[in-house]
Design a protein around this ligand. Structure first.
Ligand code: FAD
Ligand code: DHB
Length: 391
């Protein structure tokens, strides 16, 4: 097989890249080691920045998002038993976020790619990258027990944090940064009515909680738990007791109901600044992970492939390589700012039980500042709806 761009991974990064390239008449093949059903059912992110929604709209994959997604103009921050609204729309000159599940974005992109005649090979095995330092890199893999090879001009490594692409860059060349946080998130989906018209980020003395939504009858809630905790320790009763403790107010109670899904995810920051090596370009979680508090991961994946598709378009249509050369630099600049924001939100909102009462006092003062100073609130709002991608 031969194609122009071989894409490893059909997450938001891989699928969106394939879609953007197709709109420019550039062919690609996407390789995915899971089934279509599995990728369309994996529960992950929910918050889409203004820029992500705009891009999905401009490129014709936002019909369902516009009908079923929830447009939010603000978020609420809760601490010391009180709620404070950040009016993002007003503070950013009209920008907002949309709550629409990542697996719905995946469904929309897969359907559009297949409708447009795109090739997505699901259930592939043993994906290997070869000759990435040459002008004809190759991807070898197994499909239905048969060894296959795709020869390409470029490889886009979009296989997420555990995918094979980053590891294909020699270790001594990769410039990487890591940080782990002393928290994990327990996420649930519950059959319940929406609890609040906007997201609530709550800093409670027993830990952080986040109230989000998925539809008029399914809600998405998160709880800060210990990084060593396991899901078996969390019965339905214990989850509801803790959620109610962390978000209920005298005159407001969280809506609960049967829990239909629950899992624990660790929190870490990671950046591989070497996003390009030879003809291999990393995008999304393959190159960087942010803690989920800032809701940035999916949006960064989309931002990377926006730059990469433009760079590849310049290469194919204008024989121009400048943007390809600048790819790592442009993306890592944007990613570092999102890392900073996500780490800041994480520190401000989670309860760190190793902190002294003084450090906890500083944390509450930080929350007090962003909810009482217009300029501090503006800074949070600008970053939450998404900073512009500068290039
Ligand atoms: P992925 O979505 O990980 O996709 C990679 C794909 O590659 C997968 O389908 C995988 O199966 C495939 N793959 C892996 N290995 C191979 C292989 N060897 N061969 C072939 N294919 C392979 N982000 C936000 O923007 N907003 C949020 O609100 C938000 N909330 C989150 C909440 C939680 C609980 C979690 C866990 C994450 C959240 N994120 C959020 C982060 C977001 O989900 C990720 O950043 C996003 O999925 C990254 O997309 P990606 O395409 O780079 O990688
Ligand atoms: C959701 C996830 C996040 O990480 C976040 O900060 C806000 C909302 C969600 O899944 O809805």
């Amino acid at each position: 097989m031969r194609t122009k761009v071989g894409i490893i991974g059909s997450g938001p990064a891989g699928l969106m890249l394939s879609h953007l390239l197709h709109l420019q008449g550039i062919e690609s093949i996407v390789l995915e080691n899971r089934s279509r059903k599995e990728i369309e059912e994996t529960i992950r992110a929910g918050v889409l920045e203004q820029g992500t929604v705009d891009l999905l709209k401009e490129t014709g994959v936002a019909d369902r998002l516009l009908k079923e997604g929830f447009l939010h103009h603000g978020i609420e921050l809760q601490f010391r038993g009180r709620r404070h609204r950040i009016n993002m729309n007003e503070l950013t000159g009209g920008k907002s976020i949309t709550v629409y599940a990542q697996h719905e974005v995946i469904k929309d992109l897969v359907a559009t790619r297949l409708q447009d005649g795109g090739q997505i090979l699901f259930d592939v095995r043993d994906v290997r990258l070869l000759d990435i330092e040459t002008s004809s890199p190759k991807i070898r893999f197994q499909k239905d027990g048969v060894e296959e090879e795709i020869e390409c001009d470029f490889i886009a490594g979009c296989g997420g944090y555990h995918g094979p692409s980053r590891k294909a860059i020699p270790e001594q060349v990769r410039k990487e940064f890591k940080h782990t946080y002393p928290f994990s998130w327990l996420g649930i989906l519950a059959e319940a009515l929406p609890s609040n018209p906007e997201l609530i980020y709550s800093n409670h003395e027993t830990g952080f909680a986040l109230i989000s939504t998925r539809s008029s009858d399914i809600q998405r809630y998160y709880l800060q738990v210990e990084p060593t905790d396991i899901i078996e320790n969390w019965s339905e009763d214990r989850i509801w007791t803790e959620l109610h403790r962390r978000v209920d107010l005298n005159d407001w109670k969280l809506n609960d109901g049967p829990i239909i899904q629950k899992n624990i995810v660790p929190m870490r920051s990671f950046i591989c600044e070497t996003m390009q090596y030879g003809r291999l370009y990393l995008a999304g979680d393959a190159a960087h992970i942010v803690p989920p508090t800032g809701a940035k991961g999916l949006n960064l994946a989309v931002a990377d492939v926006q730059v990469l598709s433009k760079a590849l378009t310049n290469f194919y249509h204008e024989q121009e390589t400048e943007l390809l050369t600048q790819y790592s630099k442009i993306c890592t600049r944007h990613v570092w700012k999102a890392q900073r924001f996500s780490a800041w939100m994480t520190r401000m909102l989670h309860r760190n039980f190793d902190h002294s009462p003084f450090e906890y006092g500083l944390q509450l003062a930080e929350l007090d500042l962003v909810t009482s100073s217009a300029s501090a609130a503006k800074s949070l709002a600008e970053q939450y709806v998404g900073l512009p991608l500068e290039y």
